[in-house]
Every structure is written in structure tokens, then in C-alpha cells.
Write a protein that binds this ligand. Sequence first.
Ligand code: NAD
Length: 259
Amino acid sequence: MKGKTVIVTGSTSGIGAALAGGFAAEGANIVLNGLGDAGLIEAARAALAAAHGVEVIYHGANMARPDEIEALVRAAEGHFGGVDVLVNNAGVQYTEVIEVFPTERWDALIGINLSAPFHATRAVLPGMKRRGWGRIVNIASNAGLGGSVRKSAYVAAKHGVVGLTKVTGLENAQSGVTCNAICPGWVKTPLVDVQIEDRAKRDGTSIEQATYDLLIDQQPSGRFTTFEQLAETALFLCSSAADNMTGTTITLDGGWMAT
Ligand code: NAD
């Protein structure tokens, strides 16, 4: 990855931060993006650059806004001369049954989790095709392959991301640009911590018990998928081993989809 430029959307926290770290460790220059405290983001940016001797910039595009997504890609191209890898990772969660699911939450979730990957992909493709090489890695989810109650918007968005992955792969199959999706099961991040807290409240149990229950309900291994496993998988998708792999999904879910 030395000298390559990688955009990771939603990389101020959780999986995105870990993926940015994984690419930086392999020598890539990084474009960070995401919400959060400006001082903490700047500290993380500087630390990542210093740790790996790479260039790291931050762009604060709100992934709910197509114009800002376009600006993010143009800024990356302007600064580094091109974008080699786009990781569509930014995502939010909201859980409620359909009949009382707030419509504004539906719109926001679909915008950030599904439309943003479309807008970012649309913006990076011309440059990648011109240079004859590019990798688009979509962080979907098991929710892109199966349903779960109370997650209509998230499941619909992630199924959409899997569909977008297929079409992006097909449309660019002979261009040197591949597009694949990683479908993690449970990964211990702030997005899941909220769900563990909700579960503990609902069931009147401890956080430890709710964590165990959440895992064992769906992820037969009983273990979280780790940041390292996700980073290595994203790097694999950018390696020559995956040159002829496109439009498909890799699940890292401890056996969840086999049940
Ligand atoms: P997280 O909450 O730790 O991180 C989400 C990131 O997205 C943050 O950097 C946040 O700032 C950013 N973000 C949110 N809204 C944004 C917006 N409007 N504009 C710009 N950035 C925005 O969550 P995570 O668990 O690391 O999730 C990352 C991705 O992985 C998501 O797409 C999520 O659906 C997916 N995923 C997570 C799990 C899991 O178990 N944690 C499982 C499967 C898939």
C-alpha cells in the first residue's frame, strides 16, 4: 500500500479508525473523515501520521450530504493526486419497530449508510478508472444478508449496500477497479455498546450478562470480530490475491450466517 491514498469514511471511531490504522501501517496515506471533537480528531490524525511515517489528512464531510461527500473526494484528489482505495464505512444505527420508527431517523440512516457509499463511489470511479486501478471496500454487515427485528432501516440500507457492491463490481469488471463488501457480525464498538446498554436495561441484567446474551444469541463463536481481523480483510481485498474478486461479500461473523 506504500504511496497509495486511502479514504476511510467514518474513521474517527470504531471500525473505521482501525481500518485507517491498518492501511497506514502498510504505508498508505490516509484521508480521515467522521464526526467528533476537533481537538481529539487532530490528535488522532497527528498520532497516526507519526506512528507510521505517512501523510494523514482529515476532511469533515457530513456523509448525509452529497455535496460534502463530493467535496471530500475532490479534496483527497487535490491533495494526493488521486484516490486509490475508498472504504465506505461511516454508519449509524437506530432500533425500533416499523410502525413507530421515526421517519426522520429512516431518512437519515438511509442517507448515511446507503446513499453515502453511492455518492462516494460515484465520485471516485472516474479517477480510479483513468488510472486503471482502484479498490472500493464497503463495510456492510450481516444485516446486509439477513433480517433482524427492530432494524428496518439498517437492514434495508445494508442490503442496499450489498446490492450496490454487486452493481459497482459488474459495471467496472474490466477496468482494474474492484468493489467488494465486508459483512461483520458483532464488533465491539460504540455503535454496539449502545445496543448492549439497551439490552441490559430491557432485560434488567448487567452489562457483562447483556454482552454475553447479545453474542450468544446470534454469533455462534461467542466472540466479537476484532479490529485486526477487519483490517487484515480490507488489506486482503486490496492485495493481488483479490485482483479477480469483485461484486461479492466476505462475512466475518463467527458462524452467524451459517445458522
Ligand atoms: P462507530 O459508531 O464506532 O463509528 C461510526 C463512524 O461513522 C464514526 O467515525 C462517526 O463519526 C461516523 N459517522 C456517523 N455519522 C456520520 C456522518 N453523518 N458523517 C460523517 N461520519 C459519520 O461504529 P462502528 O461500529 O465502527 O461502525 C462502522 C461501520 O461498521 C458502520 O457502517 C456499521 O454499520 C458497520 N458495522 C458495525 C458492526 C459492529 O458490530 N460494530 C457490525 C457490522 C457492521
